[in-house]
Design a protein around this ligand. Structure first.
Ligand code: HEM
Ligand SMILES: N[C@@H](CC(=O)c1ccccc1NC=O)C(=O)O
Length: 277
């Protein structure tokens, strides 16, 4: 059996006083952040599943911020890359459900009581993503009232144009007939389907060659919403499989609440136009 000596190949073997892999990545902080409350075997899976989701959400927010800046500065093509990456992140989050699904109701019951009233419903990053893409609901701020830092970030997000607002402003600047009330709307309000906006997207979809950039932007948005819907669907199906119709630890009706959320449309006109094309 040949044994490789990486040092002979030039591998650095001494990190006394030098930045190593773990130093750069903050590995000790990450690996020191799993604190199961009990001794149920599956609690570690549950914790890591959520922590990795939060890390991916962190990246999604980073990309969403950059994508909006690019679109606002008229560099929509640069934003396409970020939007593709965001869709891929959600694809990754969707695959992750396959790991969690290996947990049965019997196994989850062993530690569910230890969760108290904590719930994914209180994920501030998830709420930031929803606000960033346009699903804005001030009521969702309440569970964060005890954290001034989260509240401040969520408020700032509500005051900022959403990804969809930026897309529509971009079309407006490009000379497409986006109604003025869309550009001057109260940003803190959730987006509501608008006939005038659908009419604009219809112009784009009826003649993609003339409006190629707007057409590509639209398809990137649809792609993102497609993956996001799948995330919601995977969540509610996993929840039903594991806790049935029990109330959620966060206090909602559980599966019934999550099913209602499946009806949310982020970019309604982009879906509705398909019927009228
Ligand atoms: C055993 C697995 C899981 C169960 C049983 C479960 C259950 C639930 C329930 C019942 C709710 C409704 C709120 C409540 O009353 O608690 C909820 C919300 C939520 N969960 Fe989970 N969940 C699971 C895994 C996950 C994972 C892995 C994530 C990823 C971060 C997640 C993120 C969320 C989010 C973001 C919400 C809020 C959804 C919204 O308001 O639209 N959950 N979950
Ligand atoms: N809401 C879940 C508990 C739960 O899943 C959860 C608990 C703490 C932290 C994150 C969670 N994930 C998603 O809601 C339940 O009712 O069983």
């Amino acid at each position: 059996m040949t044994q490789v000596d990486p040092a002979k190949d030039g591998a650095e073997m001494s990190f006394e006083g030098r930045m190593s892999y773990g130093d750069y990545l903050g590995i000790d902080a990450i690996l020191g952040a799993q604190h199961p409350r009990g001794d149920a075997h599956d609690e570690m899976l549950f914790i890591i599943q959520h922590q990795t989701s939060e890390l991916w959400m962190r990246l999604a927010l980073h990309e969403l911020d950059a994508a909006r800046v690019c679109i606002a500065q008229g560099r929509a093509r640069e934003a396409f890359k970020m939007l593709t990456r965001i869709a891929r992140i959600f694809e990754q989050l969707n695959s992750a459900w396959d790991v969690l699904r290996t947990m049965t109701p019997s196994e989850y019951t062993r530690f569910r009581d230890d969760l108290g009233q904590s719930s994914g419903f209180q994920s501030h990053q998830y709420r930031l993503i929803e606000f960033a893409v346009g699903n804005r609901n001030r009521a969702m701020m309440q569970p964060h009232a005890h954290r001034a830092d989260y509240t401040e970030r969520l408020e700032a997000e509500l005051a900022r144009p959403s990804l969809y607002d930026e897309a529509l402003r971009h079309l407006h600047r490009a000379g497409l007939p986006v109604p003025e009330d869309v550009i001057t709307r109260d940003l803190t309000q959730p987006w509501a389907a608008h006939d005038g906006v659908q009419a604009v997207w219809e112009i784009v979809y009826r003649d993609p060659e003339t409006h190629w950039e707007a057409y590509e932007l639209a398809e990137k948005l649809v792609d993102f919403e497609d993956y996001f819907r799948r995330w919601r669907f995977n969540h509610v199906t996993t929840v039903e499989r594991i806790i049935g119709f029990k109330r959620g630890t966060g206090g909602t009706s559980g599966v019934q609440y999550l099913r209602k959320m499946l009806e949310v449309e982020l970019f309604p006109e982009l879906w509705h136009l398909r019927t009228s094309l």
